[in-house]
Design a protein around this ligand. Structure first.
Ligand code: C5P
Length: 220
């Protein structure tokens, strides 16, 4: 493994959706498949890294000597798993689609249907990426942004607010980009506002592009 660009590096990656329980059988979730995070993990391991992949519920699996897969369910679980390993991390990428809200109370029994409407009160989940930015020592920290308007400005704002070294902007305007699909179209922005826009590519190719951007900056 010596001589590879990520040899000896410890990498932490979040992937997939989170599930926020309503009761023992129901949850709030989203349509993330985890593909982008899993491809980033695979690429990093092939480049020589030791990877901890913290993933929410997904059908994906991965077998690789360089990857330890930690399966979690909720945003809180993901937060705890990330912080457990963060001190030992050289590079962290948050690619998970973490729920922003969770039910304030998890019913201990299955909620019965009732006449009329029903309300579920929600509270904010922890922002994992933000918390990693705040806890940052020497880690190179990368987040994702999925914006629908003022994309570049919003992504730059997020990069600054969350103390990131780079942010990957997924454009929702571009066909084939983002959630669920097998392709993605990204723009990489670093903390010096250097911007690089890529063509629509398959997710393995996108993962390779993202790692090139990161590697050129950690060795600089
Ligand atoms: O602020 P916003 O949710 O748009 O930021 C998206 C980025 O933050 C992604 O990298 C996502 O993985 C991360 N995130 C997180 N924890 C949350 C919400 C978002 O790590 N609770």
């Amino acid at each position: 493994k010596k001589g590879l660009p990520l040899s000896g590096k410890k990498v932490l990656i979040t992937a997939g959706p989170t599930q926020e329980a309503i009761d023992p059988v129901r949850f709030l979730g989203n349509r993330s498949t985890g593909t982008m995070g899993f491809e980033l993990a695979k690429r990093a391991a092939n480049l020589g890294a030791n990877v901890i992949l913290v993933s929410g519920p997904t059908h994906l699996d991965i077998e690789h000597n360089g990857i330890e897969l930690i399966r979690v369910t909720s945003a809180q679980d993901m937060y705890e798993a990330c912080h457990e390993h963060y001190a030992n991390t050289d590079i962290a990428i948050c690619a998970a689609a973490v729920a922003d809200y969770r039910p304030k109370i998890i019913a201990s029994e299955k909620v019965k249907k009732q006449e009329g409407d029903m309300k579920i009160e929600l509270e904010r989940t922890p922002d994992i990426l933000m918390s990693l930015g705040e806890a940052k020592q020497n880690q190179f920290l990368v987040g994702f942004a999925l914006e629908t308007q003022n994309e570049l400005e919003n992504a730059k704002g997020k990069l600054k607010r969350k103390h990131l070294d780079g942010i990957v902007l997924n454009s929702l305007k571009d066909d084939g980009a983002g959630f669920g699909g097998s392709t993605n179209k990204i723009t990489f922005i670093d903390k010096n506002s250097e911007i690089k826009t890529f063509d629509l590519k398959t997710k393995p190719e996108v993962a390779s592009d993202i790692w090139k951007e990161i590697i050129s900056r950690i060795h600089a």
